[in-house]
Design a protein around this ligand. Structure first.
Ligand code: GAR
Length: 196
């Protein structure tokens, strides 16, 4: 299974995938490329450490989407690598129908809450401020609606009464670092099926 990872930020989840692969925990999987819409994203540094080709691709302006002209370029650059799966690991732009169709909707996203609770941005803060007692993270198939696709897997995280926000963020991230490689492993070994 050839994987392309897209990310915009710290890249800790991309690093968790790269580490799992390097440790031999992701059989039949090869990470063929990592791309970011943010030139200074740490995801590019992590990937190079693992000798995985990593590049910034210009997304066309400060928007929450990839602009139309640039989108063709993104699609072409990714298609060359013939990915079986695209993993959004902290990728902060919304993908269009055209993009998703170009890859047969074989795109998964990691989200830092138990969807359908707290979609959108700042989900950990939203859960913390609501004083929920259990939050977590979700991996789901991506469709054209934000954080709305079919849920593949979730991991729960307890919020204790004396937890501060920073601790909850760390707990959610730790859960993410386990969940995302597990989902990739199970997609590669057929335990989880791809969409028709
Ligand atoms: C992760 O917590 C991920 O769930 C979140 O961004 C973070 C990226 O961290 N994604 C979203 O909020 C997507 N809507 P990382 O760059 O350290 O992997």
């Amino acid at each position: 299974m050839k994987i392309v990872i897209l990310g915009s930020g710290n890249g800790s989840n991309a690093e968790a995938i790269l580490r799992s692969a390097a440790e031999g925990q992701l059989d039949n999987t090869s990470i063929v490329g990592v791309f970011s819409d943010v030139e200074e994203s740490k995801i590019l540094i992590h990937s190079k450490k693992y000798n995985v080709p990593a590049r910034f691709l210009f997304p066309g302006g400060k928007n929450s989407i990839i602009m139309q002209e640039e989108e063709n370029y993104w699609i072409n650059e990714l298609k060359v690598l013939k990915p079986d799966l695209i993993v959004l690991a902290g990728f902060m732009r919304i993908l269009s129908k055209k993009f998703l169709e170009a890859f047969n909707y074989r795109v998964i996203n990691l989200h830092p809450s138990l969807l359908p609770s707290f979609p959108g941005l700042n989900s950990i803060e939203q859960a913390f401020n609501k004083k929920v007692k259990i939050t977590g993270c979700t991996v789901h198939w991506v469709n054209v609606d934000i954080d709305d696709g079919e849920i593949i897997a979730q991991a729960p995280v307890r919020i204790m009464t004396d937890d501060v926000l920073e601790l909850v963020k760390q707990k959610v991230q730790a859960a993410e670092h386990m969940l995302l490689p597990w989902v990739i492993r199970d997609l590669a070994n057929g335990t989880i099926s791809f969409p028709e």
